[in-house]
Write a protein that binds this ligand. Structure first.
Ligand code: NDP
Ligand SMILES: O=C(O)C1=N[C@H](C(=O)O)C[C@H](O)C1
Length: 245
């Protein structure tokens, strides 16, 4: 039995994860922590693994506290970058953290993980590429962590910038640049989590689209990560390595 604590347990994702853990074979939910709770071996209730779905401003501090409390950590919270990954690697490399492992994934939905991979595969074959991410209006960060990861994967796969003759854009209507890739964020009531990658060539377009209509879409990936994290070492980024992608 893998004992699981959920941090951010009262949130949209945290509460869904609590339910998924309770329903999963071989997992036992032993602690629900949220804002205002202290992270310690005692409050984690004997957990082997903690799952963090909180907010970008606190997740790194939570991960350090969870490592110090002696648990492996699965993180879905966004807001990570190369510097914060490096700090977690350093924290894990200390002798006191021997045996501890952390997985941080911007998106646990299979359709999104595959869309990111497909976008990187397609990117070198197209002149233009732009990303549109669309989310519920309660989301606190933009662009989405998934859009950032998608743009980074595209930029790593192709050297060329998309052609763009825009000379005047006082309102920033052309979106933000992530590693040279344009990202546009939509916030709309009724949406959950969606992303389109538009790839254009003369006379043709490839559109890759992933839709999470419901937070249940993230649960198989979260449960897989909880089951696998104990057999991994150090920091794993993304769900890809767990599904041979
Ligand atoms: N990787 C993935 O597949 C997915 C990632 N996400 C990401 O997960 C994160 C959470 O999203 P969502 O559930 O919608 O957000 P919510 O705002 O619904 O949930 C966040 C929860 O964390 C709590 N919280 C705030 N600070 C702390 C703290 N210091 N310690 C413990 N809990 C705290 C909040 O409490 P309070 O409201 O009282 O502040 C809230 O209950 C976001 O970064 C989102 O982008 C979302 C979906 C999928
Ligand atoms: O806040 C959300 O809802 C989501 N956040 C993640 C992100 O920023 O990419 C994953 C998914 O898009 C849902």
């Amino acid at each position: 039995m893998i004992r699981v604590a959920v941090v951010g347990a009262a949130g949209r994702m945290g509460s869904t994860v609590c339910q998924a853990v309770e329903e999963a074979d071989g997992l036992e939910l032993v602690a629900r922590l949220d804002a205002g709770d202290t992270i310690s071996a005692e409050t984690l209730g004997g957990a082997d693994v903690a799952v963090d779905f909180t907010v970008p401003t606190v997740t790194e501090a939570n991960v350090r506290a969870l490592i110090d409390a002696g648990v492996d950590v699965v993180v879905g919270t966004t807001g990570w970058d190369e510097e914060s990954y490096a700090r977690v690697r350093e924290h894990l490399a200390r002798p006191e953290a021997a045996g501890r492992s952390v997985l941080i994934a911007p998106n646990f939905a299979l359709s999104a993980v595959l869309a990111m991979r497909f976008a990187a595969l397609a990117a070198p074959y197209f002149e233009s590429v732009e990303i549109i991410e669309l989310h519920h209006p309660n989301k606190v960060d933009a662009p989405s962590g998934t859009a950032v990861a998608t743009a980074q994967a595209i930029a790593a796969a192709r050297a060329a910038a998309s052609p763009d003759a825009t000379e005047s854009d006082p309102l920033g209507a052309r979106g933000g640049l992530v590693d040279g890739v344009r990202v546009h964020a939509v916030r709309l009531r009724g949406l959950t989590a969606h992303e389109e990658v538009l790839l254009g060539n003369p006379g043709e377009q490839l559109t890759l689209r992933t839709d999470s209509f419901d937070r249940s879409s993230f649960m198989p990936g979260v449960v897989l990560a909880v089951r696998e994290i104990g057999s991994r070492e150090g920091l794993t980024i993304g769900l890809g390595p767990l599904i041979n992608l």
